[in-house]
Each structure stands twice: as structure tokens, then as C-alpha cells.
Design a binder for this molecule. Sequence first.
Ligand SMILES: NC(=O)c1ccc[n+]([C@@H]2O[C@H](COP(=O)([O-])OP(=O)(O)OC[C@H]3O[C@@H](n4cnc5c(N)ncnc54)[C@H](OP(=O)(O)O)[C@@H]3O)[C@@H](O)[C@H]2O)c1
Length: 360
Amino acid sequence: MKTSYNVGIVGATGMVGQRFIELLKEHPWFNIAVLAASSRSAGKTYREAVGARWAMDTEMPAKVADMIVMDAEADAEKIAESVDFIFCAVDMKKEDIRALEEKYARLECPVVSNNSAHRHTKDVPMIIPEVNPEHLEIIESQRKRLGTKKGFIAVKSNCSIQSYVPALHPLMKYGITKVLATTYQAISGAGKTFETWPEMVDNLIPFIGGEEEKSEVEPLKVWGKIEGDEIVDATEPSITTQCLRVPVTNGHTAAVFVSFEETPSIEQIKEDWKNFAGEPQDLELPLAPKQFIHYFEEDNRPQAKLDRMLENGMAVSVGRLRPDKQYDYKFVCLSHNTLRGAAGGGVLLAELLAKKGYFD
Ligand SMILES: NC(=O)c1ccc[n+]([C@@H]2O[C@H](COP(=O)([O-])OP(=O)(O)OC[C@H]3O[C@@H](n4cnc5c(N)ncnc54)[C@H](OP(=O)(O)O)[C@@H]3O)[C@@H](O)[C@H]2O)c1
């Protein structure tokens, strides 16, 4: 790997784009070289383009405030030439995102994507770095299809599954037969704050478009296997979900029920969670949490407000593991949706790609 990489943020003015800026402002390997968004923002300084939408708790970094925002579509060639890879998090029609990401990849500019458009493209890896880093090997097949030497697309999964897939993964060896998960999702997941979405104060909305399908299907790709030039989805476990929007700024919680072929003890499960470390920990990637899964013995934890920032918002918090009458066990888990679940997960994926030489 090189010592430093120039990166572009496409969708830089949005909620996830702002998180990328926060995470990258002092990153040891990645230097923000380009900010891009729609034609509405292009040509303006980043400060002007974002205006009142800046939603981070910290000040906008001076380094980016005066950068001129580029047009992600019209300036694609110029952007691709001036960076080593891009992060992409845009709010556009799915087919337009698919085309935009493929355009960058074909311009030999790798794309690390937070969008859902390519999550089910068979040769695009969908990565939770601690869970399925071996899926990066499919990039060779994707490059063959695209006719590229360097360009490719790698995606991260939906924010809703980022708490319960990591918690279930080290338990897969017991043969998980079925999972029921209800998610309680923060408003930042819709790119919103209480100022921009006052209807959410003192409210709960029992529907998030497309979220239940993603929450049930995406884990099966993450747990899938490479066969030839494709990732073939796992067929088990059976997963059913309900996804609710709740009046929380950041942090998606999931209440999970699970059954096994060979039921482990509570102590075994806690031990598996404690010992669960993956390549990000082994490689000591800059954004990797030291302890990926934190188990709380207190019965009123994890709480979104108290625990979402654990390990800089990159850890998963779990609590309330206990036997259930219908399933073997139930527990509650939490992850920060715009950090681990979005920009942080994207940066960690990029760190893994950099360390393995995919940007060189
Ligand atoms: N928020 C989360 O927790 C979360 C989690 C995981 C994944 N995601 C995904 O990340 C993506 C972005 O989400 P968000 O919450 O950041 O959305 P957002 O706050 O609405 O921001 C959308 C971004 O897309 C840009 N954009 C819109 N149309 C464009 C175009 N035609 N060309 C180029 N850029 C365009 C916007 O630029 P302008 O300012 O110029 O309009 C803005 O930068 C979505 O695909 C979302 O599903 C979000």
C-alpha cells in the first residue's frame, strides 16, 4: 500500500457525506482531495452548498469549508483523474446510482459505496469488514466483467443489519435456524434531524420503505460464498424483521430472537462475543474498534444515547441476553447508524481495501 491516498467524497453535502468529512479530516492514510454533489451544489464553496444542513456536533473543518464542490455527474472524468478512489453516498434513483458508480469504476476509479443500488450485483462484494472480508476476492471477477485494471465497486450493507449480523456471526457455528429482529431506527438514517423532521418529536412511525426486505435479505449475501464469478447467497437462517422509525437522533437498536440446531449456553455465547475479532482488529486498521462486541450486564443497557459512541461509534453494544419461551434466546443490540452503519463502515472497508493493495 501507499503511505497516503487522495479521496473524493461524492454526496459530500448529505448526512453521510458530512460524516465522511468528520472521519477523514485527520485520517492517517486518506486525504480529502475532491468534494462532489449534485449540479445544485456544484461551483459553490462547500460551506455555501451545505448551508444550514450541517448536522455534525463539531464545527465544519476549515480544510473543506472553502473547497469548491464539483458536479458528480458532469465532472466525473476530472474527479476520477484526481483521486485514488471515491466514497459514494448519494440520494438519487437506484438506476442512476448504479450507472454513476459503474461510470467511475470504468474510469478506473474504485468506488466504496454506501448506496443500496449495487448491493445485489453478483460480483460486487457487500462487506462488513469483521464478518466477510474474504468476499473481496470477487473484485477480480468484477474487474474482468467491467474490463478494468483498477476500477471496481465495493459496498457496505444497510445500517439496519449492522448490529445483529455482527452479534449473530460468531454464533453461526451452532447452526442458527431462525432469527426474528425488530429494529428501532434513528432519524439520521433518513438523512434527517429533529429540526428538519419535527413530526418525529414524540412519535414513532411503523414503516421505513424497503427496510424490512433489506434487513431480511442482505445478511444472506454477507453470509454467502464465492462460486465462480459470483457471490451465491446463503439459504439459511430464516430471518424475519419489522423496522420502526423512532425519535432518536443517532443509533439503531434491534431486539433479536434466535434459535439454534445445537443450543449453546449463555456463558458460551458471551465468551464468543468477547472473543470475536476479525481482520480489522488483526491488521490494526485505524478505525477498527479494539473490542468489536461489548456486552453489558446491566439490564437497562445498551441505550442509544449512552452507548452509540462506544469506540468512536464503531463498536456494537449488546445486552439483555436471556432464554425465550418460543426461541432459544433473545437479546438487544445497538450500533451507530451513520458511523458503523454508514460512513464509518465505509471508511473501515476502504482501510481494509487499502491495506490489501486494492487501490494501488
Ligand atoms: N443516513 C444514513 O444513516 C444512511 C445509512 C446507510 C446508507 N445510507 C445511504 O447513503 C446515501 C445518502 O444518504 P444521506 O442520508 O446522506 O442522504 P442526504 O442527506 O439526502 O444527501 C444526499 C446527497 O446526494 C447528493 N445528490 C442528490 N442528487 C444528486 C445527483 N443527481 N448527483 C450527485 N449527487 C446528488 C446530494 O447533493 P446536493 O446537496 O447537491 O443535493 C447530497 O450530497 C443514500 O443512498 C442512503 O440510502 C444512508
